[in-house]
Design a protein around this ligand. Structure first.
Ligand code: NAD
Length: 258
């Protein structure tokens, strides 16, 4: 018995990092998975791996910043599998040119907000009606611990985008609670994925970050996928509008261990 037996999960940004690991985990727990991305080759490879392992998965191209793509990915899931139970709005970017508020260009703001904020909104825009037609479901919106904490090494547009995801999640949760839809925010701390690789390739920047993590290490994509699985499954059936922080203790810390 899998924890997601009978469910259909749509996972955005499923070609890499946490979305990739979650796609495999959800499939191994019995979900039929539709994973979407803009990295088509990598996305197709993830779907093929899942299928080869005996799971059910399909890849579809969808740039979440485009409403028409979001509409098409939900339609694809409904046509292919007839129902939608889980929407995992995971796709997101952290652009290298994103920095202090005084030196972050308009183009960086536009791209970051288009993918990280509008992407989540468009997923919900088309996902919510499909889920209502399916008899309800669980939405997981990926925010970040930076929606809760400020850093002197800032990525202002990224941080603002994740704050928006957090507040949007609460509103969606409240509005649709009586129509069988749960909507929660997953707030990862720093996780060892390609998204962080460039930021942490510089030893000084890496050390500056590590000192604030009580556990003294990065999280692993598997550790976040398991938290997402909890939110996706009926194990979290009385949870909505919540923020699940999975961050190695960062948001609890005032002074970290030596
Ligand atoms: P990742 O870069 O490994 O994966 C993100 C995926 O999203 C990639 O496959 C990428 O191609 C895809 N993507 C980018 N733009 C897209 C678009 N317009 N449409 C569809 N797909 C698109 O990153 P990750 O670390 O696994 O990040 C997953 C989520 O977790 C993101 O929302 C990220 O902001 C968030 N997050 C990451 C960390 C971290 O430390 N890695 C911490 C907190 C939150």
């Amino acid at each position: 018995m899998g924890r997601l037996d009978g469910k259909v999960a749509l996972i955005t940004g499923g070609a890499s990092g946490m979305g990739k690991v979650a796609s495999s985990l959800f499939a191994s727990e019995g979900a039929r998975v539709v994973l979407t991305d803009v990295a088509d080759e990598a996305g197709q490879a993830v779907a093929a791996e899942i299928t080869a392992a005996g799971g059910t998965a399909a890849y579809v191209h969808a740039d979440v910043s485009k409403a028409s793509d979001a509409e098409a990915m939900v339609a694809f899931a409904m046509e292919r599998y007839g129902t939608l139970s889980i929407l995992y709005n995971n796709a997101g970017v952290m652009l290298p040119e994103d920095g202090s508020v005084t030196d972050t260009d308009e183009s960086v703001w536009d791209r970051t907000l288009a993918i990280n904020v509008k992407g989540v909104a468009f997923g919900c825009r088309y996902g919510v009606p499909a889920m209502i037609r399916s008899g309800g479901g669980s939405i997981i919106n990926v925010a970040s611990f930076v929606a809760w904490m400020g850093a002197a090494t800032s990525q202002t547009a990224y941080t603002a985008s994740k704050g928006a995801v957090l507040s949007m999640t609460r509103e969606i949760a409240v509005e649709y609670a009586r129509r069988g839809i749960r909507c929660n925010a997953l707030c990862p701390g720093p996780i060892d994925t390609p998204l962080l690789a460039e930021l942490l390739s510089d030893p000084a920047r890496r050390q500056r970050r590590f000192v604030h993590i009580p556990m003294g290490r990065l999280g692993r994509a598997e550790e976040l996928a398991k938290a997402a699985l909890f939110l996706a499954s009926d194990d979290s059936s009385f949870m909505t509008g919540a923020s699940l922080i999975v961050d190695g203790g960062i948001t609890a810390a005032y002074v970290t261990p030596e």
